[in-house]
Design a protein around this ligand. Structure first.
Ligand SMILES: [Zn+2]
Length: 317
């Protein structure tokens, strides 16, 4: 069996792909999740997407080793049960069990951030790396950790929720119900909240001008304005980068991985933010005498989630 099927399940889209043993995507396709329809309808769409990927590529179910799915939330990688996913609104659903009986195939389900980390890890050119952390800066803050060459997700699969560790005690409200989580400061949702607040408090600022021109503001607008010299956008992005830097310092102080990968939309502005993040980390880690973890941006973009999911069965503990 030469191939694997990988599914990257998100709140907006479901991305599926056929992946070969060299971790290359030979074909991929996306469909809308439409999560409001409930668990069974979404699970059935995933099964149909797998079947479609096989048909389009003239493959039989026997041509793939197994199906892997990366899902938001806390996932029991042994059974494929999703304990909780805020993004999907699911609690205690048997996604692995449903797909196994529907497709009559081995199915593995893991956390999406962990799958993206695995996908990036498998594509690293340096094969001597065996510890790698990845943070994904998007609507939220995703995380995955590779330890001893395997995906690490904790004793009861609740690990890896780095985005919901506390950055500011009693700080900004987070979507998880707690206050002050890293996600409430270092996500694009947080950056947009801060920029919108700033515009409302400073109606003559360049940020307020962008908001009044476009009706709203997004992360790309803020970074573009900062690059063009808008001092307010620079202040907001500098602080945003420091939040990310503080998160990375926490990761290094706790885990000291060989490589830290930053993924998500921010990786497109790497020339602007990456040197600042590296400078912040090098000045603030506990052990400034040792070599700093290599901090780099994601190389595989949206593909990493599909690749990691597709190879999940070989890299879970
Ligand atoms: Zn949180």
């Amino acid at each position: 069996m030469k191939y694997f099927a990988g599914i990257d399940l998100g709140g907006t889209t479901i991305k599926g792909g056929i992946v070969d043993r060299e971790n290359r995507i030979i074909y991929s396709k996306s469909i809308d999740t439409v999560v409001e329809r409930g668990f069974e309808a979404v699970a059935e769409d995933i099964a149909k997407l797998v079947e479609e990927l096989l048909i389009i590529n003239n493959l039989e179910m026997d041509d793939i080793e197994y199906v892997g799915v990366g899902s938001p939330g806390a996932v029991d990688t042994k059974s494929g049960k999703i304990y909780f996913s805020g993004n999907l609104g699911w609690e205690n659903v048997e996604l692995g069990g449903y797909l196994k009986s529907r497709l009559k195939k081995e199915v593995y389900v893991g956390n999406d951030g962990a799958c993206a980390a695995l996908g990036e890890f498998l594509c690293l050119e340096d094969k001597n790396v065996d510890s790698m952390a990845m943070i994904t800066i998007g609507t939220g803050v995703g995380f995955g950790f590779i330890f001893n060459g395997h995906m690490y997700d904790g004793a009861t699969y609740g690990g890896g929720e780095f985005g919901h560790t506390t950055l500011v005690f009693g700080g900004e409200q987070c979507t998880c119900g707690q206050k002050g989580c890293i996600e409430a400061y270092a996500s694009f949702t947080a950056l947009i909240r801060d920029a919108t607040r700033f515009a409302s408090d400073n109606p003559k600022s360049c940020i307020a001008q962008i908001v009044s021109q476009n009706g709203k503001i997004n992360g790309k607008d803020i970074f573009e304005a900062a690059k063009k010299g808008c001092p307010d956008a620079q202040m907001l992005t500098e602080r945003f980068i420091e939040y990310i830097g503080a998160g990375i310092v926490n990761i290094i102080n706790m885990l000291d991985p060989q490589v830290i990968v930053i993924g998500g939309g921010i990786s497109r502005s790497s020339d602007y933010f990456l040197p600042k993040v590296i400078k912040y980390a090098s000045e603030n880690v506990f052990c400034r005498q040792a070599k700093l973890s290599e901090i780099r941006v994601a190389a595989r973009g949206n593909e990493a989630g599909i690749i990691g999911a597709a190879r999940l069965g070989d890299y879970i503990k």
